[in-house]
Design a protein around this ligand. Structure first.
Ligand code: PGA
Length: 252
């Protein structure tokens, strides 16, 4: 665990304005955990209101377009996210890669666009179950990093990586601690190779079925600097239990 764990909730395509009450509860409690960076990525429709109403946390987008503006119906650009109050953007989530056909080159362009707009970036990588079973998990993730990691000057300082094995997302199954540590070490080696000293300080989050029951163990796993949380971030109680678990580890 790094000095400042980063715990981020990804609401995916969930949440209407009624859900802002959960976000406000998360914000009020987050103020009690000053040693933890807490973030939420709501759907675009809630971003502005959440950034306004929950100043105690960082609010971010789940995706952005690679261009700053133009004829791209239905898309949202990184400068628009900034205008709405976002401080970071998730790019390359496996659901974007799968359902929107995003390849590594596109993910990299999105990451660079987010950085150029002044946002932090959470770049997601992760293997399928078949790739893990075939012993190809580390090679797959290394290839994703080589293809999608932003390389621009200063990128490392505003970048986090989320290792999210696809087979662990929303399934209740998680890798063993040894598997997570080995993968995070492999990611760290690629980050240092590609970004030098800056790569050594990039936070590497674990994501995939993180919940209040397993959070302490997952966050205490060697080389884990935080968590990207899907389903368990949708209620203040369960998300705060995960933030509290991170706080317990730094206080210990
Ligand atoms: P999950 O999702 O926590 O619901 O498994 C994680 C993610 O996709 O970021």
């Amino acid at each position: 665990m790094t000095a400042r764990p980063y715990i981020v909730g990804n609401w995916k395509m969930n949440g209407t304005r009624a859900m802002l009450a959960e976000a406000r509860a998360i914000g009020r409690a987050a103020a009690r955990f000053p040693g933890i960076d807490v973030g939420l990525a709501p759907p675009f429709t809630l971003l502005h209101a959440m950034a306004d109403e929950v100043p105690e946390i960082v609010v971010g987008g789940q995706d952005c377009h690679a261009s700053a503006g133009g004829a791209f119906t239905g898309d949202v650009s990184a400068p628009m996210l900034v205008d709405a109050g976002a401080r970071f953007c998730i790019v390359g989530h496996s659901e974007r890669r799968e359902f929107h056909g995003e390849d590594d080159a596109m993910v990299r362009r999105k990451a660079e666009a987010a950085l150029a707009a002044g946002l932090g970036v959470i770049l997601c990588v992760g293997e399928t179950g078949a790739e893990r079973d075939a012993g190809a998990a580390e090679a797959r993730v290394a290839a994703q990093l080589d293809g999608s990691l932003p390389r621009s000057e200063g990128a490392a300082a505003r970048l986090a990586i989320a290792y999210e094995p696809i087979w662990a997302i929303g399934t209740g199954r998680v890798p063993s601690g040894a598997e997570i540590t080995a993968m995070h070490r492999a990611i760290r080696a690629r980050l240092v190779a590609l970004h030098g000293e800056g790569g050594a300080a990039i936070r590497i989050l674990y994501g995939g079925s993180v919940n209040p029951a397993n959070a302490s163990e997952l966050l205490a796993t060697d080389e884990v600097d935080g968590a990207l949380v899907g389903g368990a971030s949708l209620s203040a109680d369960s998300f705060l239990a995960i933030v509290g678990a991170a706080n317990g580890l730094i206080a210990a």
